[in-house]
Write a protein that binds this ligand. Structure first.
Ligand code: TXA
Ligand code: MG
Length: 321
């Protein structure tokens, strides 16, 4: 298994492997990413193969700073404000693509837009600065599975496909970045994530929620898919637990259970709950567990993203086209 602690030597090796068109798993503050040279179509194709990801689902392109992002995309006024407020950090902006940017169609699934993120994790930053090219990186999990929040999760899902997995402990936030369509004057949330709606609206005023919007085709192709799913069933808003169920608890009033259980935050803290969510789903997804019962999670702050992931997991794979 190619897991290596993210020392300066390992980071230099990661940059070299990216230059050679290989796949490298990289820690970010949200989740681990499966990185490839975003300018190299053959390298990017390896991401789609490794993840078994549909080719119509575009990738997020990661760069070290706003100056590098400007080489790839145009920044309408609202995008400037969002970038100034939240980069580096867990925000992905969907922007009009620069026509002459060195990004092949496969990276953006042929769209006229491009999703860009400037991560703040020091290891991701060092890789991007050393490599000095944009890195395409989806979450480092099999397509449809729960995102990876540790190097071990990456190895379980994608170990044979990575030339290197840079190890830097569990992901700090544990939820993917918030994806915002910033192509127009009024931003729209395409994917709830690590940056809460409240924090975004403190900069932009009211945002449009495209997520699950009735009757509208999703602008974010990834939202079509069943995602974040363990292999057993999952049900939300559980107040009691059956004998063959595992429990994901939240807060001080967890019901008694003899089966496996994990409390995401005994004190009821949503940030703590987000950080442990995907690891809990992976840990409880055991052969003798028929269903994971999840207690109610408040739908405010990071709870909005947590509930979004849980709803997708509860819907199972039926939504997969
Ligand atoms: O936190 C994160 O965002 C992680 C880390 C590694 O950066 N990455 C991640 O990537 O979650 P991925 O590929 O698992 O999710 C990217 C989402 C997908 O839903 C995709 O459809 C959407 O972003 N997306 C990418 N490019 C887009 C575009 N041009 N327009 C609309 N949606 C786009
Ligand atoms: Mg993903």
């Amino acid at each position: 298994m190619p897991i290596v602690a993210a020392t300066p030597t390992a980071i230099a090796r990661a940059a070299q492997l990216l230059r050679n068109g290989e796949l490298v798993a990289i820690p970010t503050e949200t989740v681990y990413g499966l990185g490839a040279d975003a300018t190299n179509p053959a390298a990017v194709a390896k991401i789609f193969t490794a993840k078994q990801r549909p080719r119509f689902n575009p990738l997020i392109v990661h760069v070290a700073d706003l100056a590098a992002a400007r080489q790839l995309a145009m920044f309408p006024e609202m995008a400037e404000r969002l970038a100034a407020a939240f980069w580096p950090g867990p925000l992905t902006l969907v922007l009009p693509r620069q026509a002459d940017a060195a990004i092949p169609d496969i990276t953006v699934a042929g769209l006229q837009t491009i999703a860009i993120r400037v991560p703040r994790h020091p290891v991701a930053q060092q890789v991007l600065r050393l490599f000095a090219r944009p890195v395409a990186a989806p979450s480092a999990n099999r397509s449809g599975h729960v995102s990876a929040t540790s190097a071990t999760h990456v190895a379980e899902d994608l170990g044979t496909h990575c030339a290197l997995i840079l190890e830097a402990g569990p992901s700090e936030i544990g939820l993917e970045s918030t994806v915002i369509d910033a192509t127009g004057p009024r931003p729209a949330i395409l994917r709830h994530g690590a940056l809460s709606r409240e924090r975004i609206e403190s900069v932009t005023g009211a945002v449009i929620s495209e997520v699950g919007g009735a009757g509208q085709p999703p602008k974010s192709p990834g939202q079509l898919l069943s995602h974040y799913a363990p292999s057993c069933r999952l049900r939300m808003n559980a107040r009691t637990v059956e004998a063959d169920e595992a429990l994901v608890a939240f807060g001080p009033d967890a019901p008694d259970t003899r089966g496996p259980s994990i409390n995401l935050s005994p004190s009821g803290d949503l940030t703590e709950a987000a950080a442990g969510l995907f690891a809990a789903l992976r840990d409880l997804d055991q052969p003798h567990v028929a269903c994971i019962a999840v207690m109610p999670i408040p739908d405010t702050g990071l709870g909005e993203a947590i509930n979004d992931r849980l709803r997708r997991a509860a819907a199972g794979r039926s939504a997969q086209p």
